[in-house]
Every structure is written in structure tokens, then in C-alpha cells.
Ligand binder design. Structure first.
Ligand SMILES: Nc1ncnc2c1ncn2[C@@H]1O[C@H](COP(=O)(O)OP(=O)(O)O)[C@@H](O)[C@H]1O
Ligand SMILES: O=C(CO)[C@@H](O)[C@H](O)COP(=O)(O)O
Length: 494
């Protein structure tokens, strides 16, 4: 009797984040079967990154594209060693750090669509095939002039926010593209396609250029979040022929094709394995966390972000509105703070002998409120959250759901509980972005309502606000608000 072919019953999720590529496989009941990660600085030292990036001149911050490609080969190998049977993967999806852009050189599609399974991926897609071998990433702040120009051309910061969900931000891809267009016309002219990090990672698995999804596409200052298409005036303000360079955006739950034959031959994937559009890491975390009414997610990764799901977006001059990664008729509101884990690591190394345990002890032995001194993104977030629809503490039955590498630090979570004046919960998987990839893969494969396919995960109460938190932090948040207003007035921004 012939053996039955293995069932397509598992789902694979990736996350191409700032410091590492992570991947995990889940069973049909959503249980995590295998997990693996490749840390750029320590496991791919030949690329000489620090925190996954290279600091350049004039505020430029980039990452080598080939480092990401090599990490994909390695992470798949690690999964295989951990016992993954790729032939059972029914669908895969994933996420990438937001806003970064990958510039494919003219003629590269030919290589991408004809990958040789006998060779390493990074030997075939080498740096000569990218018109910018080092991709600009979300930490890049070199585009202040382009931001000013975009807001002027679109009729002001608020109008741009009404259209694209955000005023102009240096890291947003449209402004990054505008800078290359004006300062490096040769590079621009030599490019046949521009991907986000998410759609680039998806392209690697698809073996062809994958479309940008609506949710990550909302972080570009180019997409009209109301019509769900590129906005013509934004495109024109940032470059020439951009509609064709970017391709058409698609809803995040789109099946974009079958996995490339490269992975069928090299890793034993089924030729029927579906590839679902990848999205941004924060949207992907939202998909994993299944945020309910009153839930606010706090992601403590390389950057710190705060986000929630909403049906009534109110784009303002602070924060971002993205199309939801789950349902293109819904939205997600987000605040992002770049001084997250790397800043905390700096403090740990300077004041706590490089030990998170000592860091936590010091934090716990400092009186609540730190004698009125303010700093750190978790503290600042409490003041800024008003721009997303009211103070978290005043929301009925609010929960703060923490994720990301630093969410395992109880002392930090206590500060979050006190500042937000709400209980803080954690999931048992801190790698929520990759998990969201696997969940979205399953949803797109199965179809139907997201909440029917992906039941709410179990959360564990990590900590509750201290009794005196509202007295201490309430006053500090008022002071923080006053400082911000003063600074804005002095800078002429209001
Ligand atoms: N015990 C800890 N306390 C505070 N931060 C931690 C702890 N363990 C890990 N981290 C932080 O987690 C960060 C990585 O988080 P992660 O969510 O994986 O980042 P990213 O997805 O951006 O690559 C590290 O930079 C590290 O500073
Ligand atoms: O720029 C943003 C969001 O707007 C960042 O949140 C990036 O998406 C990087 O994510 P992490 O690697 O810190 O998770």
C-alpha cells in the first residue's frame, strides 16, 4: 500500500525585524511547533551591523539587503534541524520592520523567478542585483527636507495625515524614495521595482515581486487610507513612474501565489504551499494579539510602539493610522518611539554592569515616579496616548497587552502599569510578529471571519498598577503635557 502524502496542516510565519529574522511553525490548533531566529550582529558578523543596522552620514541608517537574504537561508535550516517538516506547510506569511525599502536593479526579476535550488539564495541574489545594496530602514532620519516639501505640496501636515494616515515622517518610505530620486537619479533610474522589507521578504518566498499590502503600505505617506490606493499627488511629489515601480497594493489577507520551486526542491515544501502577503511587524503583532475593545498593545522591541484597533480613525499631527492587517475596512492607530530597547541596553551597560537583573533591581529600588524626573519611551507614551483616542486609564475596562523582547522584564511592565494606570498582561509567545504571520497565513488559507479562524489567545496578568500610581503619574503626565506644549510653541510647530 502506498504511504499517504503528508497533510497540509501547518502554517509558517516569519518576522524580518530590526535585529534578527525570526520564524515559527504552528499546528492547525495554533500550537507553536518549532521556533528559530538568526541574530544579525552575532550570527552574521561579516556584515558589521550594530543592532542590525549601519549608521551612515547625515542621518542615514541602512541594513545590507544580502544580510536579510542570508538570514532567510539560515533560519530555514535552523527550523529543519528543529524538526520542521516543510511538506506539511499549507500557507506561509510574515512581517518586516516597517518603512524600510529594498531597491531591485533592472533585470533582477529574471534571477528571482529562476532561482537554482542547488545554490544558496544569497549567492544568487547578491548585492550587485540591488541598486541600493544597503537598504534605508526606519531609523533613517535623513529626509527632513523631503518631509517639508511633501507637506507643502499636499496642502499641509494635517491634509497629508487625512489622506495617508500620518503627517510626513522622515522614516516613511515616500520621503526616503523622494531623497533618492533627487540626490541619486542614477540609482533611481536603474531600479525596476521598490519593495518594503515585508514585501521583499514575501518576494523571496514567492520567487517573484510580491505586492505591498495595505497595512504596511500605510507607513509610506503614499497610500490613501480612505480609497486604499496610491494617492496620485503623493506619488508625483516623491518620484517619477512610482505607480509602476511599486505595483498595486493589495489587502493584507491576499494569497499572492504558491511558494517558489526553490523551496520545494531545497527544503521539501509542498508545491501547493500558499504565500500570503506579508505586512509590517506592528500590524502583524496586532493580528497575533487579537486586540479587543479597550485593549492597547505595548510592543517593547528595538522600537517601542503602542497600538490599538479602531473602526473610526482620526489621523492627527501625532501618531499614525494604518489600514488594519485583518480587515481592510478597519484601522489601527499607532505611536512609535525609537528610543526603545537600544536605549535601555545603553543604560543597562552604563549603570547595571550589563545585566538585566541588576537593571531590574535598580529600577525596583527607585521610588515610583523617579522623584519627578521623566525619561524613557514607556513614560512618554503615557502622555502621548491621548492622540490615539483618550488616556488609556480612562478607557473602560482597559488592558495593556505587552509583547516584544523587553516584555519579559517585570520591572519595566510595572512602570507601564503605573503610567497607564491599567493592568498589564503578556502572551506566552513574545514573538508576536512572526506568530501574526502564521495566524494570517491560516486565515487567508481557510477564509471566513478572522475571529472564527483565530480564537483569542490566552493572556497572563503580569502586574497591576500600584495604589498610589494615579496620584504620582497623573501629576507627571500633566507636567509632561505642559512641557510638550511649551516646546511645540517655541519651535513654531503650533
Ligand atoms: N530581560 C530583558 N529586559 C529588558 N529588555 C530585554 C530583556 N531581554 C531582551 N530585551 C530586549 O529585547 C530586545 C529585542 O526585542 P525584539 O522584540 O526581539 O526586537 P526586534 O523585533 O526589534 O528585533 C533586545 O534589544 C533587548 O534589549
Ligand atoms: O518604525 C517603526 C514603526 O513605525 C518600527 O516599529 C519598526 O517597524 C521596527 O520595529 P521593531 O524591529 O522595533 O519591532
Amino acid at each position: 500500500m502506498e504511504a499517504e502524502p503528508p497533510k497540509l496542516s501547518t502554517y509558517l510565519g516569519f518576522d524580518f525585524s530590526t535585529q534578527q529574522v525570526k520564524a515559527l511553525v504552528i499546528a492547525d490548533d495554533l500550537k507553536v511547533l518549532q521556533e528559530a531566529a538568526v541574530h544579525f550582529d552575532s550570527e552574521l558578523p561579516e556584515f558589521r551591523t550594530q543592532g542590525g543596522v549601519i549608521q551612515g552620514a547625515n542621518g542615514e541608517v541602512t541594513s545590507p539587503v544580502v544580510m536579510w537574504i542570508k538570514a532567510l537561508d539560515l533560519v530555514l535550516d535552523k527550523l529543519r534541524v528543529a524538526g520542521t517538516d516543510f511538506s506539511t506547510v499549507a500557507a506561509l506569511s510574515g512581517s518586516g520592520q516597517q518603512h524600510g525599502s529594498v531597491w531591485w536593479k533592472r533585470g533582477t526579476r529574471e534571477v528571482l523567478t529562476n532561482l537554482d535550488p542547488q545554490k544558496f539564495l544569497h549567492h544568487q541574489l547578491n548585492s550587485s542585483l540591488f541598486s541600493r545594496p544597503n537598504a534605508p530602514v526606519w531609523m533613517d532620519v535623513s529626509t527632513t527636507i523631503q518631509c517639508q516639501m511633501l507637506e507643502e505640496k499636499l496642502g499641509g501636515a494635517q491634509r497629508l495625515a487625512d489622506i495617508s494616515g500620518s503627517r510626513a515622517y522622515e522614516r516613511f518610505t515616500g520621503n526616503q524614495i523622494a531623497r533618492t530620486h533627487s540626490t541619486n537619479p542614477d540609482i533611481y533610474g536603474n531600479t525596476e521595482h521598490i519593495s518594503l522589507v515585508s514585501s521583499f521578504a514575501c518576494s523571496l518566498m514567492l520567487g517573484d515581486y510580491a505586492p505591498i499590502d495595505l497595512s504596511d503600505g500605510s507607513g509610506m505617506n503614499l497610500l490613501d487610507i480612505n480609497t486604499k490606493d496610491w494617492h496620485e499627488d503623493c506619488l508625483k511629489a516623491c518620484g517619477v513612474g512610482l505607480r509602476s515601480l511599486l505595483g498595486s497594493p493589495v489587502p493584507s489577507n491576499t494569497v499572492v501565489g504558491k511558494v517558489s520551486n526553490f523551496y520545494v526542491e531545497r527544503y521539501g515544501f509542498s508545491a501547493e504551499c500558499n504565500v500570503v502577503a506579508f505586512t509590517g511587524d506592528n500590524p502583524s503583532s496586532l493580528a497575533a494579539m487579537r486586540l479587543d475593545r479597550g485593549d492597547v498593545a505595548l510592543s517593547l522591541g528595538t522600537s517601542d510602539t503602542l497600538f490599538l484597533s479602531t473602526s473610526r480613525p482620526t489621523p492627527g499631527l501625532e501618531g499614525h493610522v494604518f489600514v488594519s492587517p485583518i480587515d481592510p475596512d478597519l484601522y489601527m492607530g499607532m505611536l512609535c518611539f525609537s528610543n526603545g530597547s537600544l536605549t535601555r541596553e545603553g543604560v543597562r551597560d552604563k549603570c547595571a554592569e550589563g545585566s538585566w537583573d541588576i537593571f531590574s533591581e535598580l529600577l525596583e529600588s527607585t521610588p515610583r515616579g523617579n522623584f519627578g524626573n521623566m525619561g524613557g519611551s514607556v513614560g512618554s507614551m503615557g502622555g502621548s496616548v491621548g492622540s490615539m483616542g483618550g488616556s488609556v486609564g480612562s478607557m473602560e475596562k482597559c488592558r495593556v497587552l505587552a509583547t516584544g523582547g523587553a516584555s519579559r522584564n517585570k520591572a519595566l511592565l510595572q512602570i507601564a502599569a503605573d503610567v497607564f494606570q491599567a493592568p498589564v498582561y503578556t502572551m506566552n509567545v513574545s514573538n508576536s510578529a512572526a506568530l501574526g504571520g502564521a495566524y494570517r497565513a491560516k486565515h487567508a488559507f481557510r477564509g471566513g471571519a478572522y475571529e472564527d479562524v483565530i480564537p483569542c489567545p490566552t493572556y497572563t496578568l503580569a502586574t497591576e498598577p500600584a495604589a498610589d500610581a494615579s496620584k504620582i503619574y497623573g501629576q507627571m503626565l500633566d507636567r509632561l503635557d505642559m512641557f510638550e506644549q511649551k516646546l511645540l510653541a517655541e519651535s513654531g510647530a503650533t
